[in-house]
Unconditional design. Structure first.
Lengths: 492, 94
C-alpha cells in the first residue's frame, strides 16, 4: 500500500501513485469502498453502493495501466449523483417514484467518465428529483454535513458534496439547475463547477428543468474539476442542446496567471440577504485575488434580486411538464389495485412523489395554465431575458463576476424557522447563471464559526477555462480547499 | 391572482390528489409561493422577447433516421405490469 493520505489526495497525486505502482486501482477502489461502509451510515450520502462493479472496473483499469496507459482518470474512483442513468444499476433520483428503477442505458456523462477509466463507487443521495437546497427532500432520508452532523450539506447534490468532503470518494458528479452543485459545494467546503448550458451532455440525466439543468464535476479543487471536465465536456449527438464547440485544454489553461484579469463585483450581492460574516469572508477572498494581480471592478446587475422569483416560475413549469411522464404505466412506481386508468395515474403520482415535488408540480401546472400563462410564465421568461442581457453587458467589460455562492453557511437540519420561500432564497446568488446559461464555480474561501464559505466566480458563456483558472490560481495561494471537517472525529 | 385559490382543480390537471387533512397546508404553501412572484408583475417588460432557453443559440439536430438506442426488451423490464410484451393498464373500454 502507500503512505499517501488517500482521503485528501488530489486526482493528480492519485494518478502519480497509480502510474508509479505505489498503489493499484483495485487497492484504491477497495479503500474507498471500505471508507463508504465505515462512514456513510452517519452521513447517508450514498443511496446505492456498487462495490462489485467498482472492483471489476478497477481490475480492468489495472490491466490498462500495466500496458502503459496513463489517461488522467484511469483507475480513479468516482461517485455519481443518482440523477444519472447507470446501466444495470438502480437510478432512483432519490424518489419513491423511481426507487426500483434500473436504467437500461448509461447517461453520456457516465459513459464518458467510464471510457476515461473512472471507477464507479456508487450513486449519491440528493434532493428528490433535484428539488431542494438542503438535501432533506430525499425519499432515502436527509444527508448530513461532515463538518457538523446536525447541519445540512446543501442541495440538491448534497450527497456528492458530503461524500467528497468526508473523503468517501476523491470526486463526484453533480447537477445544477439553480445552484445544486455550487451551493452544496460551498456548504461542504469543496469545489464545484456548473458548466455553461450545452457544454456537458444532458442525455440520460433525469430532467427537472430542461432549459437550466446542467451536469458538472464536484471535487476537492479546481484542478480536479478541470481534469473531470476534460472527460465530461463536449458535443453529444444524443442531446440536441449540447453545443458543437471545441473543448479547451483546461489542464493547460488553469496554469496561466490571473494578473490583469478583470473581476466584476456586483453591488447587489452585499445586500440584506447576505450574512455579514459570509460577506466579510468573501471580501477577504477578493482582496487575495487583487493581491494576485486581478483588477476588481464595481458592476451592477440590477435584476439579480428578481432571479429567485423568475427561477421559481420557470423551473416548476418545466418540471410539471417533465414529470408528467411518471404516470405508473411504463416505468416507475404504480399504486396497488388501481380501480381504473384515472385512479392509476392519480394514486401512482400522489403516492410516488414527495411533498416538495408535488408542490412544484402544482405551481408549474398553475403558471402554465391558459389563464396564468402570460401573467407568470411569459413574464418570467421576459425577465429571464433581462437578467441574461445584464450578465452579457457586464461580462463584455469584465472576465468574471465574483461573489458568495450562498448567503449563509450550512444551516441546521429540520430548521422549522425556515419557510418554504426562505428555503428558495438560499438560491439567490446562484439562479442567475442557470437562467442565463453561464458557467460558474464555487471554491472554498474561508470559514465562519468553523463552517465553510464558498466564493462563486461566474464566467462568459462557454468560458469555463477562466473560472477554473482563477479558482486554481486562488487555491495555489490559499489552503481553504485543503481543510476538512473532522470526519475522523465521529468515527469512534 | 386572487387572494384565495382553490388548488383542487390545479391538482386534478396535474393528476394529483390532495387529502382533506393536507388541503389547508398545501393551499397555504401554494399561495405563499405565488406571493413570491408578485414582484415580477411590477416589472416593465414591454418589448422584451422571452428567453425560452439559452440553448436556442446552439441547438443541433441529428439526421432524421431510424435507430435503436435501447432494445424494447430492455425497456420493458421496468414496466410495472405487462401483457404480451405491451404495457398493461386497467381496462379502458368496457
Amino acid at each position: 500500500m502507500t503512505s499517501l493520505d488517500l482521503t485528501t489526495s488530489s486526482l493528480r497525486q492519485l494518478r502519480e501513485s497509480l502510474d508509479s505502482k505505489q498503489i493499484s486501482s483495485v487497492e484504491l477502489a477497495q479503500f474507498f469502498v471500505n471508507r463508504i461502509k465505515q462512514f456513510d451510515p452517519q452521513l447517508n450520502s450514498v443511496i446505492t453502493e456498487t462495490a462489485d462493479l467498482a472492483l471489476e472496473q478497477a481490475e480492468h483499469a489495472d490491466r490498462r495501466i500495466a500496458n502503459g496507459d496513463s489517461s488522467a482518470l484511469l483507475g480513479i474512483p468516482i461517485l455519481h449523483k443518482d440523477i444519472f442513468c447507470t446501466k444495470g444499476v438502480k437510478t432512483t433520483c432519490a424518489s419513491k417514484m423511481l426507487a426500483d428503477f434500473v436504467s437500461p442505458y448509461d447517461a453520456t456523462v457516465v459513459s464518458a467518465l467510464g471510457n476515461a477509466g473512472a471507477i464507479t463507487l456508487g450513486k449519491t443521495n440528493m434532493d428528490e428529483f433535484a428539488m431542494g437546497s438542503s438535501n432533506e427532500t430525499s425519499y432515502f432520508g436527509a444527508v448530513k454535513n461532515p463538518w457538523d452532523l446536525s447541519r445540512v450539506p446543501g442541495g440538491s447534490s448534497g450527497g456528492s458534496a458530503s461524500a467528497v468532503a468526508a473523503g468517501l470518494a476523491p470526486c463526484a458528479t453533480g447537477t445544477d439547475t439553480g445552484g445544486s452543485i455550487r451551493q452544496p459545494a460551498a456548504l461542504c467546503g469543496i469545489t464545484g463547477l456548473k458548466p455553461s448550458y450545452g457544454r456537458v451532455s444532458r442525455y440520460g440525466m433525469i430532467a427537472f428543468a430542461s432549459s437550466m439543468d446542467q451536469a458538472g464535476p464536484m471535487a476537492k479543487s479546481a484542478e480536479d474539476c478541470a481534469s473531470l471536465m476534460a472527460a465530461m465536456a463536449g458535443h453529444d449527438p444524443l442531446d440536441s442542446t449540447s453545443a458543437r464547440l471545441a473543448v479547451p485544454d483546461y489542464a493547460t489553461e488553469i496554469q496561466k496567471p490571473i494578473a490583469g484579469l478583470r473581476i466584476g463585483i456586483p453591488e447587489e450581492i452585499f445586500d440584506k440577504q447576505l450574512s455579514p460574516e459570509v460577506g466579510d469572508t468573501i471580501n477577504a477572498a477578493l482582496r487575495e485575488l487583487e493581491s494576485m494581480g486581478a483588477v476588481l471592478v464595481d458592476v451592477k446587475l440590477p435584476s439579480t434580486p428578481l432571479g429567485v422569483s423568475t427561477y421559481y416560475v420557470i423551473a416548476p413549469a418545466e418540471a410539471s411538464a417533465n414529470l408528467a411522464r411518471y404516470d405508473g404505466v411504463r416505468f416507475g412506481y404504480r399504486c396497488e389495485h388501481p380501480e381504473n386508468l384515472e385512479d392509476l395515474y392519480v394514486r401512482s403520482r400522489t403516492e410516488g412523489f414527495g411533498e416538495e415535488v408535488k408542490r412544484r408540480i402544482l405551481v408549474g401546472t398553475f403558471t402554465l395554465s391558459a389563464a396564468s400563462y402570460d401573467q407568470y410564465f411569459m413574464k418570467a421568461q421576459q425577465v429571464r431575458r433581462m437578467i441574461a442581457n445584464e450578465y452579457d453587458e457586464v461580462l463584455a467589460d469584465v472576465d468574471v463576476i465574483a461573489g458568495p455562492s450562498a448567503p449563509n453557511t450550512a444551516f441546521p437540519l429540520n430548521d422549522s424557522s425556515k419557510s418554504i420561500t426562505d428555503m428558495y432564497m438560499e438560491d439567490v446568488f446562484t439562479v442567475g447563471c442557470n437562467l442565463a446559461g453561464l458557467p460558474a464555480i464555487s471554491v472554498p474561501a474561508g470559514l465562519v464559526d468553523g463552517l465553510p464559505v464558498g466564493m462563486q466566480l461566474i464566467g462568459r458563456a462557454f468560458d469555463e477555462a477562466t473560472v477554473l483558472r482563477i479558482g486554481h490560481q486562488f487555491q495555489m495561494q490559499t489552503d481553504w480547499h485543503t481543510r476538512t471537517g473532522g470526519i475522523e472525529e465521529f468515527a469512534s | 391572482m386572487s387572494a384565495s385559490t382553490d388548488v383542487t382543480p390545479i391538482a386534478a390537471l396535474a393528476k394529483l390528489a390532495i387529502s382533506d387533512q393536507s388541503y389547508s397546508q398545501v393551499k397555504e404553501n401554494f399561495e405563499s409561493t405565488l406571493q413570491l412572484f408578485d414582484e415580477l408583475t411590477q416589472v416593465d417588460t414591454a418589448g422584451i422577447a422571452p428567453l425560452v432557453s439559452p440553448g436556442d443559440r446552439h441547438q443541433t439536430l441529428r439526421a432524421d433516421t431510424n435507430e435503436t438506442l435501447v432494445e424494447r426488451a430492455e425497456l420493458m423490464k421496468n414496466a410495472p405490469a405487462q401483457e404480451h410484451n405491451y404495457f398493461a393498464v386497467p381496462r379502458v373500454i368496457d
